[in-house]
Structure formats: structure tokens, C-alpha cells
Ligand binder design. Structure first.
Ligand SMILES: Cc1ncc(COP(=O)(O)O)c(C=O)c1O
Length: 370
């Protein structure tokens, strides 16, 4: 039997109505996503702070290149070395891995990549930087380093102030490293539903990173950037004096959960599903937890806000009350609660416009977890 590779792109579907696609299929409303990208680029036009869009949202290099081409962007952010490799292969030459990279094999890949592109990585421990320094100097390359400062998310990051200054000083002493600035992500306020409270909290917490910058600079070490921000905080964080880069992720695709936080962006991502059974008032769709993630809530159904999926969703099925009167073979678009983990489940997305497939884009970063 001839099994096509998982990444194979079937372009024959271009021009067909989306309902003709084999299901489940990841769909992207092309014009809506393009409007999201230009709206965000427009916000940053002629501003001091600029975008560094986060690849973890869509993991698709065509979208990343479109984000850069829209302007107001200095490079791309990603979370994983495997994503940075994919970006470099696509010709994107300024990449921040906003995460700590640890492990001998990983560092060998890191320094190989640093020989090809302007690569920066976040750190919060002397052990990470000595290991990167050893690998980088053995390879004869320089790796850009951002000290991650924990401004309240309690994930990675040193305490603001003195500990960040100490780490910056160590980085400056070690060969193969270039101290580029501070990584500070306000992830603990991004999902705050109240925009006024969200803005207040993030101004207060981001100030810790700005004060840390001043402290380091006052002691004679230049700080190139503070990099942080998100799709729900860009319009506050992006205006703070001292913050240079905004790592907004979700805005090209959006999802129903994020739509309440940043309603100025349109939900462009959906999963096309097909009704495969209708028994006893139920409609069973051919998408389950392996096709649409549910950690922020179950998917909603586009055009049918009244249909609530029951809490039970299995690996390959979701079961809806058949209020809309679906028949076997009908299709429905599911709107995921979390676009970023849903894109990671697919190898390609079908771009559509006015109900027809207009392109098929590979999701090269999907599954690149290491
Ligand atoms: C380091 C970092 N920066 C920025 C973001 C912002 O992404 P989004 O715009 O999707 O909230 C995230 C989200 O996970 C992140 O982890």
C-alpha cells in the first residue's frame, strides 16, 4: 500500500468548496487572518516598540513571513529550538527562543543554528549560560542572550533587580555570548477578562522589568531590549517606555477563548468536521480531542451559538444535541478554545475565501516539541 507522507500537500483541492475537503481539516479564513495581521502591524506603525510575533500560535512559516512583510516587526519569537530550525529553513534570520534550552544535544543544535541566523535565547540560571558559552565558543559562534525576569507569572525567570543584574554581568564575562537584554512575559495577566484591571496589573508588573533595565543600565551595562507582551496586552505593554518588542502570538488565527480578550481581531481558525451519525437526537461529528484541543473549554460550533457540546468528547468523536437537524454527511465548523495547541495537531491548513479553498499551507512547526 502506498501511504502518503504526513506532510504531503494535496493542491488538487484548491478551488473546491470547503465542504468537499476530507475531514477533519484545519481551516483558515484567509481574508480574516490577513486583516488581523495588518491591524496589528498598523498599531505598531511608527511606534518605538515593534512586533516580534510568536510562532507558537500557527507554526506555519507562510504566516510568519506574512507577519514580517506586514511591517512593524523585527523578527520572530518561538518557544522551541525545533521551531527556530523550521523558521531558519524558511529564510527567517532573526529569531528569539523565549525559553530556556538545556541538554547537550540541544546545545549542539543551538550553536549550529546560531552560525546561520541571528539567534537569541532566554536564560535564568548560571548553569544554562556556562553550557551555552562552552558550546558556542567551541563552535566559534555567538549566541544572543536575554535574561528572563519573572514579573509575576511564576514560570521561568530570575527575580527582578539584583539577581538579573548579576546574571547579565556573568553573561558579559563569558565567551560566545552576547547580552541582548531582558525577556519578561506577563502571562499571568493575559487572560484577565477585565481590560481595565488587566492594564493596571500589567503596567505594575511590567514596571519591574523596566526598573531592572534601568538598574542594569545605571551600572554601566547596555540593555538592548525588553521583550514581552501578547495579543491581549500589546496595546498597553507596547506603549510602555522601555519595552521594545511585543511577542503577540494568537492574533493571526484567534480562537473563541481569546476573542473575548481581544475582540478587535476576528476568529479565522476552525476545524471542519462531518456528521457521521445521527441517532436518537444526537449528531456525532468526526472530530474529538485529537483534532481540537479542549484545555480552555470545548469547541463551539460556527453559526450555531445555541448548540452546546456536552462535556463528553472522545478521542475522535464529539457528540452534539442535533438541534440544527444535521443529517449524515453534513459539515460543521468547530471553533476551538485554544488555537495554538490545535494548530500543533495538524500538518497543513486549508486557506479559504468565500467558501472555497484558495491555498494549502504546511504547518512545518507542528509537533516540533524538542
Ligand atoms: C513567552 C511568551 N510570549 C508571548 C506569548 C503571547 O502569546 P499570545 O499572544 O498568544 O497570548 C506567550 C504565550 O504563551 C509566551 O509564552
Amino acid at each position: 500500500m502506498n501511504i502518503p507522507p504526513a506532510t504531503q500537500i494535496n493542491r488538487d483541492v484548491i478551488g473546491s468548496p470547503i465542504e468537499d475537503l476530507d475531514t477533519p481539516a484545519l481551516l483558515l479564513d484567509g481574508p480574516a487572518s490577513a486583516r488581523n495581521i495588518s491591524r496589528m502591524a498598523e498599531f505598531f506603525r511608527n511606534r518605538k516598540s515593534q512586533l516580534r510575533p510568536h510562532f507558537k500560535n500557527h507554526k506555519c512559516t507562510i504566516i510568519a513571513r506574512r507577519q514580517l512583510a506586514a511591517g512593524s516587526a523585527v523578527g520572530i519569537t518561538c518557544a522551541k529550538l525545533g521551531e527556530a530550525e523550521v523558521l531558519a529553513d524558511a529564510g527567517i534570520d532573526d529569531v528569539l527562543i523565549a525559553n530556556q534550552l538545556v541538554g547537550r544535544r540541544k546545545l549542539a543544535r543551538l550553536v549550529e543554528l546560531a552560525g546561520k541566523i541571528n539567534l537569541k535565547v532566554a536564560v535564568d540560571d548560571i548553569r544554562q549560560i556556562t553550557a551555552i558559552s562552552e558550546a558556542a565558543s567551541a563552535a566559534g559562534v555567538t549566541v544572543g542572550i536575554l535574561v528572563e525576569v519573572d514579573i509575576g507569572m511564576n514560570r521561568c525567570g530570575v527575580e527582578p533587580g539584583e539577581p538579573a543584574f548579576q546574571l547579565a554581568g556573568e553573561i558579559r564575562k563569558l565567551p560566545g555570548l552576547r547580552f541582548d537584554g531582558i525577556q519578561a512575559y506577563e502571562g499571568h495577566v493575559v487572560y484577565n477578562d477585565d481590560p481595565v484591571e488587566r492594564a493596571e496589573l500589567l503596567r505594575k508588573d511590567m514596571q519591574q522589568a523596566i526598573d531592572t533595565r534601568r538598574l542594569i543600565e545605571d551600572r554601566g551595562i547596555p540593555v538592548g531590549v525588553i521583550s514581552g507582551g501578547s495579543s491581549s496586552t500589546y496595546n498597553v505593554t507596547g506603549l510602555l517606555e522601555g519595552v521594545d518588542e511585543i511577542q503577540a502570538g494568537t492574533y493571526p488565527t484567534m480562537d473563541w477563548c481569546y476573542a473575548r480578550l481581544a475582540p478587535e481581531f476576528e476568529i479565522a481558525l476552525s476545524v471542519l468536521a462531518r456528521v457521521i451519525s445521527t441517532q436518537a437526537g444526537r449528531a456525532v461529528l468526526d472530530v474529538g480531542l485529537k483534532g481540537a484541543t479542549a484545555e480552555f473549554g470545548l469547541p463551539r460550533i460556527k453559526g450555531h451559538p445555541e448548540v452546546e457540546l456536552p462535556t463528553f468528547t472522545s478521542e475522535e468523536h464529539c457528540i452534539a444535541p442535533n438541534g440544527p437537524g444535521w443529517r449524515v454527511g453534513d459539515t460543521a465548523e468547530l471553533l476551538p478554545s485554544h488555537a495554538c495547541t490545535t494548530c500543533n495537531l495538524y500538518r497543513r491548513m486549508y486557506v479559504h475565501e468565500e467558501g472555497r479553498v484558495v491555498d494549502v499551507w504546511p504547518i512545518e512547526g507542528s509537533g516540533r516539541l524538542a
